[in-house]
Design a protein around this ligand. Structure first.
Ligand SMILES: NC(=O)c1ccc[n+]([C@@H]2O[C@H](COP(=O)([O-])OP(=O)(O)OC[C@H]3O[C@@H](n4cnc5c(N)ncnc54)[C@H](OP(=O)(O)O)[C@@H]3O)[C@@H](O)[C@H]2O)c1
Length: 373
């Protein structure tokens, strides 16, 4: 079946959206991208730079429209909306706020819930009313049972307003789909990391912020002990050794979403683009420490800090990493059978997180930091 050629994308300057847009352009799609300008660069300048880093080389099929998802009509002019509704076959909604702090709750909901509502308003105006929505597997919140792709709200509580807002936007999309106002597919990646072949990454969320915080602390120590290969850093990290984090490489997420989006039966489907085998904390943390040439970092429970209070460094680390620490206590388990079935025999597979895999991913980023980038 020929795939649609005219798409509207939000979030094209973000991690997932930039790789997705680069891929769509490479496949010959005509892409209209809703992008914000910055203080120093126009929307077009921004997106071309970021898409270049994500591998796009040609931009003649890219049309950039300045806008903001949090505004009614996405902040687009009437002319821009008419241009979109006249020829767009599909909308990819990748834009979101990835803030987590409870103090930013109103802002997070404005971006993720109101923003999705504004996107839905647009999708309803399109002849095909087709939406591809990028959600997150972590809408499962604090669930301890297996989270199914067919489930959204089962009464779970959430670790933070980000998860809750993403769940709310999925509920809204499911409602619109059931009312036959749109035709939607929902993709739920887990924790997205760099490219599976090169380890290269363009945006530094999640585990990369964790690596960076460690790297920065180590750099300071290395100034005083330049002769030491491995640094001893007694740092207790609040986390449970046999709990897991679920890592998926960006190429698996993008290839998977694009492949699934082209299946006629994906309309109405939700797909966990998660790793079938999540990684125990006691596996990835020591391997990252090995790449960073640091010893003495250990996962501990609350009891450890009751016995001996946090050091200054530990409390600084915990404060900076407050969000990530939530996930080191445990995460939900994601059933990804729908995604695996849809990708069966396509050659698109999620790689296992092995020692080599972590060395490639963390190694690429540490080299990047060492190069002073
Ligand atoms: N990264 C992950 O590990 C991960 C995992 C699971 C799910 N997801 C989901 O995947 C999607 C993309 O995430 P990401 O990692 O690519 O995030 P990201 O790198 O932070 O990118 C977010 C994108 O949204 C745009 N955006 C935010 N607020 C906007 C607004 N008001 N108007 C217009 N654009 C706005 C940003 O534009 P600016 O450049 O102008 O800020 C950026 O392009 C999100 O829906 C997220 O929930 C991400």
């Amino acid at each position: 079946m020929p795939h649609p050629k005219n798409v509207f994308v939000t979030g094209a300057t973000g991690f997932i959206g930039s790789h997705l847009t680069a891929r769509l352009l490479q496949d010959g799609y005509h892409v209209k991208a809703l992008v914000r300008r910055s203080k120093t660069a126009s929307a077009r300048e921004r997106v071309e730079t970021i898409l270049g880093a994500a591998g796009a080389a040609r931009f003649e099929n890219l049309r950039v429209l300045e806008g903001d998802i949090s505004l009614p009509h996405l902040g687009l002019s009437d002319a821009a909306r008419a241009e979109i509704t006249s020829c767009t076959e599909e909308v990819w909604h990748c834009a979101a706020s990835l803030s987590f702090g409870p103090q930013n709750r109103a802002e997070i909901f404005r971006m993720n819930v109101d923003g999705t509502r504004h996107v839905l308003d647009l999708v309803k105006q399109l002849p095909g009313r087709r939406l591809h929505h990028v959600s997150t597997a972590y809408i499962a919140g604090n669930r301890s049972d297996l989270a199914l792709e067919t489930e959204i709200d089962v009464g779970q509580s959430f670790k933070n307003p980000y998860e809750e807002s993403k769940c709310r936007s999925e509920i809204m999309i499911a409602g619109a789909h059931q009312a036959d106002a749109i035709r939607a597919s929902v993709y739920r990646p887990s924790i997205v990391i760099g490219d599976s072949k090169s380890g290269r990454v363009t945006h530094f969320h999640g585990v990369y912020a964790f690596i960076r915080a460690l790297w920065t602390a180590l750099e300071r120590l290395r100034r005083h002990t330049p002769h030491l290969d491995f640094i001893k850093l007694p740092l207790r990290v609040l986390g449970v050794e046999n709990q897991t984090l679920n890592f998926v490489p960006i190429d698996y997420v993008v290839d998977g979403m694009v492949e699934i989006s082209r299946r006629t039966d994906s309309n109405g489907g939700t797909y966990h683009l998660s790793n079938p085998v999540p990684t125990e904390n006691r596996f990835w943390l020591p391997n990252i420490c090995r790449i960073l040439h640091v010893e003495g970092i250990q996962l501990v429970g609350h009891g450890s800090f009751l016995k001996s209070p946090m050091t200054k460094l530990e409390s600084l680390f915990q404060k900076q990493m407050a969000f990530y620490y939530q996930y080191l206590q445990g995460e939900p388990r994601f059933d990804c059978r729908g995604a695996l079935e849809a990708l069966n025999n396509t050659g698109i597979e999620c790689p296992r997180v092995t020692v080599e895999f972590i060395s490639k991913m963390a190694g690429w980023y540490v080299n990047f930091l060492n190069a002073g980038a």
